[in-house]
Design a protein around this ligand. Structure first.
Ligand code: PAF
Length: 278
């Protein structure tokens, strides 16, 4: 696996690959890789000739009181996992390489960036769309894979690519769960053993909603039941919302298709999860 730290070098390599007619598949990550990320690498492998993965803990998508400094990092382990999984190129830039002095441009997907996770994390999605746009210009992929675990992020990226007429196919990857249902996330490492057990309540609440919705009309009532389930396990609900997965609009009434998104604070960790429930 080739490791590239400089933007210009990455652009040159991608340009060469494109000239040779190679399809470039890209998986952007913040590292500390788990099976969720690696499943996205598998999807990229199946759909392209050359797989590029980026590892960059992007400071601009963290708020001032968020976990940028503590965000888990383990480059040596990540390299090994990527090699085993058949990644061809690891793009691993520094913060200075990505944001040199004088940097002042932002990419913003209006409205969708301000709701749900965007409401509790002001500026977060602007940081995401800005860095993803930059990474797309550096890696020049034909396709890029994003996990459905960050469903709002996935839809915002798809919107940006569409709105800006970018010639990149976005492929979604299914949520990968631990055996007990907890969605895999680098932030699960923040959980104490006891919180880790209780954190399965996010998944249990979603499965409960998927069953209960069959016999229930009132979404507020269902939300209340889910909230109670989560609070009983010591979780602090940031939001629970039922949405139209296409427009991201909140559904006030039961209507298919419908996805439930939730964010819950469990000890030090802010966890998110979602599921198609109708
Ligand atoms: O989902 C992530 O890990 C990040 O938000 C991303 C897409 C790599 C941008 O920094």
């Amino acid at each position: 696996m080739r490791i590239v730290e400089k933007k210009k070098e990455m652009q040159r390599i991608s340009e060469e690959l494109r000239k040779e007619g190679k399809i470039i598949g890209f998986v952007p990550t913040m590292g500390y890789l788990h099976e969720g990320h690696l499943s996205l690498v598998d999807i990229a492998r199946k759909n392209s000739d050359v797989v590029v993965v980026s590892i960059f803990v992007n400071p601009t998508q963290f708020g001032p009181n968020e976990d940028y400094e503590e965000y888990p990092r383990d480059l040596e382990r990540d390299k090994k996992l990527l090699e085993e999984r058949g990644c061809d190129i690891l793009f691993y830039p520094s913060v200075e390489e990505m944001y040199p002095p004088g940097f002042r441009t932002e990419v913003h997907v209006k409205e969708w960036s301000e709701v749900y996770c965007g409401a509790s994390r002001p500026g977060h999605f602007k940081g995401v769309t800005t860095v993803v746009m930059k990474l797309f210009h550096i890696v020049k992929p034909h396709l890029a894979v994003f996990g459905e675990k960050d469903f709002q992020q996935l839809r915002i990226i798809e919107r940006m690519v569409d709105d800006m007429d970018m010639d990149i196919k976005i492929i979604p990857g299914k949520i990968i769960r631990e055996k007990d249902g907890l969605a895999m996330s680098s932030r699960n490492t923040y959980l104490s053993p006891d919180e880790r057990k209780r954190a399965t309540v996010l998944y249990r609440a979603l499965v409960y909603a998927r069953e209960r919705i069959k016999e229930m009309e009132n979404l507020d009532e269902l939300k209340k039941e889910m909230r109670e389930m989560i609070e009983r396990e010591g979780g602090e609900v940031d939001y629970i919302v039922f949405i139209d997965p296409v427009t991201l609009e909140e559904r006030k009434e039961k209507k298919s298709p419908m996805r439930c998104l939730l964010a819950v604070r469990m000890g030090k960790a802010r966890l998110i999860d979602n599921m198609e429930i109708l």
